[in-house]
Ligand binder design. Structure first.
Ligand code: NI
Length: 258
């Protein structure tokens, strides 16, 4: 048995991609020393599925929220988010944020949806999972205007510059790195990852997407977060054991677990 205990802070293990072999995915994850995960919501219809997932396992937690680029018939209200998040194993709100890379949802609508999520998170005193893609300026501005420091949050799948990371860190945000930090050409992102303070560093897979090296191109799964951890340990000049201990403690503290 591995002697490390990694926490995949962002994955979508309830998605249909895993319907044929979900139990095997959880088994392989344990074999890789990945002992806990957060299953992240992209639409509210998912909530019952996420509740069933956590009911069957004691090492899984979930979030409630609507992805910035997810088209919906009616926008989620603060009250609706609060009602769905009233579950002992719901430990975060999101994923939410801004995505100007794709435009399935109008940017103005994304922004008001983002603000609604942060306001619900304040009332619940839960952290916000933030998706920021090609939208640094507006995302960071909304976080500041909505006083994100009051409830805290996570910059998930971080892929922006150090100045953007620094602004988020200065608001108390955790920064989470996924498989793309392992990609050969991503020296600039590894340089950002090197500078994040120990206590604000998180790791994730965002599975089924974005598998890390050497699994790039395959379906991603939570066990592969070990490759992200190995990459960050090397970049930061610490042992894998130390990196695991630190990032897991950070995730537990951020999500208010244990
Ligand atoms: Ni995601």
């Amino acid at each position: 048995m591995p002697d490390i205990a990694l926490f995949d802070s962002h994955c979508h293990v309830d998605f249909h991609h895993f319907d044929d072999d979900r139990d095997a995915v959880f088994e392989r994850m344990q074999q890789q020393g990945v002992t806990r995960l957060l299953a992240v919501s992209v639409e509210l219809e998912q909530t019952p599925r996420l509740q069933a997932l956590v009911a069957a396992r004691d090492n899984v937690w979930f979030s409630v929220g609507v992805h910035p680029n997810h088209e919906v018939d009616s926008e989620p209200s603060e009250e609706e988010l609060i009602r769905l998040a009233a579950h002992p194993r719901c430990v975060a709100i999101g994923e939410t944020g801004m995505d100007l890379f794709r435009h399935h949802v109008d940017p103005a609508l994304q922004q008001s949806r983002f603000r609604t999520h942060i306001r619900a998170a304040h009332r619940l005193n839960k952290p916000v999972i933030v998706h920021m893609r090609d939208a640094d300026e507006v995302t960071l501005r909304v976080l500041a205007e909505e006083n994100i420091a009051g409830c805290g949050g996570i910059m998930h799948c971080f892929s922006s510059s150090w100045p953007a990371a620094k602004q988020a860190l200065d608001m108390g945000m955790s920064i989470s790195f996924s498989g793309n930090v392992t990609f050969k050409r991503n020296d600039a992102l590894r340089d950002v990852a090197r500078q994040v303070p120990d206590e604000l560093l998180l790791i994730e897979t965002d599975s089924p997407y974005l598998a890390p090296m050497p699994m790039r191109g395959k379906r991603n799964e939570p066990g592969f977060v070990r490759h992200v951890a190995e990459c960050l340990a090397e970049v930061r000049g610490v042992s894998l054991e130390r990196l695991a201990e630190q990032t897991t403690a950070n995730a537990m503290r951020r999500f208010g677990i244990g």
